[in-house]
Design a protein around this ligand. Structure first.
Ligand code: TMP
Ligand code: MG
Length: 289
């Protein structure tokens, strides 16, 4: 079908379904396509040279805008809650209140730091955040073909926008749903805006943004990309969906989680730090291959 699907990092429970879905999406045409992607650990790398890469929150946690005392507290939160996020022995119902606790506590700590808006760009610039290899082709190709890309992130909108801006790929076809910072008139962080988006309420987040999906109602074919099972709900607001192809990055706890990822995502990419497969799928869907 597509050479990249033979990469050793690619796993599919039902390759025939993948083929059929892609064929119907190709037939419908790229003017009926929209892409919905998670940000942290989906568009960004999970690791580089054996070292973990930062999430949006980690970019701030590791930067000069946070005091050492606060860094330690945020690190303790990460050490407590990240293992829960990826624990396969707990159900979503069990994890949900704990994830709300994590986000709430982390955001409270960030607000206490009186972070200045004008220092965010430097924090991103000095960070180790990296978009996955192939990001240029991914963003540029979607832009050239006027395919809307929704980045739907439980991270921090101001930070992720800065990451894509500094990489030169914040094109006008990109929309972002995320947690945005609210600054006072002197540019100091005072709160986070709107409803909190955490890892397991993307469905609610999607349903709050009906206007966006209404605008895209002529695009009932969806390419969804995520790295968490919570990301599967990102397309819940799509109207009159016809086809959806779901690509999941499995970065951590591979053996324990592989089966559940295979049951939920059409294409599972195991420890694959590139966007080669999404790019190949996009080239196919836009008739370039
Ligand atoms: P995503 O929806 O863009 O993937 O963002 C969510 C990620 O952010 C999730 O994997 C957990 C991570 N996170 C941190 O690294 N530090 C934090 O303080 C919080 C609240 C979340
Ligand atoms: Mg993620």
């Amino acid at each position: 079908m597509i050479a990249e699907l033979s990469k050793p990092s690619v796993y599919m429970k039902d390759p025939q379904r993948v083929q059929k879905t892609m064929e119907s999406m190709l037939k419908a045409g790229s003017n009926t396509l929209q892409v919905i992607s998670d940000f942290d650990m989906t568009l960004t790398r999970f690791s580089f040279n054996g070292k973990r890469c930062p999430t949006c929150h980690n970019i701030l946690d590791n930067s000069k805008v946070i005091s050492d005392d606060c860094k330690q507290k945020l690190d303790e939160l990460l050490k407590t809650y990240y293992p829960i996020e990826i624990d396969t022995s707990l159900s979503v119902e069990q994890k949900l209140p704990l994830m709300v606790d994590w986000w709430t506590k982390a955001h409270e700590l960030l607000v206490e730091q009186k972070i200045r808006k004008d220092l965010l760009a430097t924090a991103v610039h000095e960070s180790e955040a990296k978009l996955r290899d192939g990001y240029q082709l991914f963003f540029d190709h979607l832009h050239q073909h006027s395919i809307p890309l929704l980045i739907f992130s439980a991270g921090i909108g101001d930070i992720l926008e800065e990451v894509i801006r500094q990489n030169g790929v914040f094109h006008p076809n990109v929309n972002v749903f995320s947690n945005y910072m609210d600054f006072d008139e002197s540019g100091v962080l005072k709160a986070f805006k709107g409803e909190l988006i955490h890892i397991y309420n993307k469905r609610e987040g999607a349903l709050l943004n009906t206007g966006h999906f209404q605008e895209l109602r002529t695009r009932p074919n969806v390419l969804l990309m995520g790295d968490s099972l919570g990301d599967l709900a990102m397309a819940d607001g799509v109207q009159n969906m016809e086809n959806i192809l779901k690509i999941g990055f499995l970065n951590d706890k591979i053996e324990e989680r592989k089966q559940s990822y295979l049951d939920s995502y059409d294409i599972v990419l195991v420890e694959d730090e590139t966007l080669d497969v999404p790019n190949a799928v996009l080239l196919y869907l836009t008739g370039n291959k």
